[in-house]
Design a protein around this ligand. Structure first.
Ligand code: FES
Length: 365
């Protein structure tokens, strides 16, 4: 009997439905997280399950599952403690943190404590170098850790506590995290109510603000939303977009002089491209030619391009760029023809045969 419940199968169907019908194998990565959420690792049964629901063979699934380090190949503890020992963290003490934890827990890389609580691993850059040394617990960050701080975190975990990460959402178990990585929301109450970006993360933003650069509508203090809040916001945004849709185009208003109307003249809509407007702003006097700075010239030709027959254009392009077929880049027509002619001549000389045909470009001798 399969270790995977009907609920898991339902979730698998939901994951597969996210992808086009003829691209279902793209669902493999989230499906591997899904099976990992059941057993804490990608077991042979998990590989078989993925192969079955996607119509792949087990070797294909296994090749993917063994490529990525986030898919565990043996049972893993409730908490995966990853310590960055890459260059930046290392010079700041990352290796010392790792060594201290390894000695204290009595485990090495990719090993789990006897109580099944903690799996330790060293990691190659956790993408938080500005907070080094860093460690993560089930991919949630503990920044600027030192050996004593790291020991405190693992001891609290072993005692059943859930220490607060420095930023991001609240800690969950590795199986719970695998559900999220499979693309399902964390439904715990206030699961994402805490945390936010730290100052080092916002340093670039602050500098940009000081220099008058901003992104409209961006607020770094925006809290992470729960799924219900996100769904509500998406529905509201959709309703706003519907309401803001332009009404059907009205008849253009003709200038008063042409119509004989006494109504005030209505300015014709400005349909110029941003580039044209920029060029006009920079050179308001069109009669005075001002040289553009090198590399800054803005095209001002507004003549609409002549309509093209796309199919004919494509055929012409293909004819001008025959496939080289000899490992040389396509498009080297003259070179390819010369090479093929030489090959054809050599072939004819060697065989004493009649006219040779150069196969790659259709060139005949
Ligand atoms: S080197 Fe440690 S997070 Fe990048």
């Amino acid at each position: 009997m399969s270790v995977f419940t009907e609920e898991t199968r339902e979730r698998a169907r939901e994951i597969i439905a996210r992808y086009p019908a003829d691209r279902s194998r793209s669902a493999l990565l989230p499906l591997l997280h899904l099976v990992q959420s059941e057993e804490g690792y990608v077991s042979p049964a998990g590989v078989e399950f993925c192969a079955e629901v996607l119509g792949l063979n087990k070797a294909q699934v296994g090749a993917v599952a063994t490529f990525y380090t986030m898919y565990k190949r043996k049972p893993t503890g409730d908490y995966l403690v990853s310590v960055c020992t890459n260059t930046m963290c290392n010079v700041l003490g990352g290796q010392e943190v790792y060594d201290t934890l390894a000695e204290h827990l009595g485990v090495g890389h990719d090993e789990t404590t006897a109580d099944g609580k903690i799996t330790l691993e060293h990691a190659e850059c956790l993408a938080a170098c500005d907070y080094g040394p860093v460690m993560t617990v089930n991919y949630d960050f503990f920044d600027n850790v030192d050996p004593q701080g790291a020991l405190g975190v693992v001891e609290e975990l072993r005692a059943g506590g859930r220490p607060m990460p420095t930023r991001g959402a609240r800690l969950c178990t590795l199986k719970e995290m695998a559900v999220q990585l499979a693309g399902f929301a964390d439904e715990r109450d206030a699961a994402v109510a805490d945390g936010g970006p730290g100052e080092p993360t916002l340093r670039g933003l602050r500098l940009a603000e000081q220099h008058g650069i901003s992104v409209p509508g961006f607020d770094p203090n925006t809290p992470i939303r729960s799924k219900a809040e996100a769904d509500k916001a998406a529905a509201e945004a959709k309703a706003r977009a519907e309401a803001a849709k332009p009404a059907p185009a009205a008849e253009p208003v003709r200038p008063a002089a042409a119509t004989g109307s006494t109504a005030p003249d209505v300015k014709a809509p400005d349909d110029k491209s941003p580039q044209i407007r920029t060029a006009e702003t920079r050179q308001p006097d069109a009669g005075t030619a001002v040289a553009d700075a090198p590399g800054t010239k803005v095209p001002t030709d507004t003549t609409a391009p002549a309509p093209r027959d796309a199919q004919a254009a494509e055929s012409a392009g293909a004819a001008a760029n025959p496939p080289a077929g000899d490992g040389k880049p396509a498009g080297d027509e003259a070179g390819a023809q010369q090479r093929n002619l030489k090959e054809a001549e050599a072939g004819a000389g060697a065989n004493g045969a009649g006219p040779a045909v150069a196969s790659e470009t259709g060139v005949q001798k």
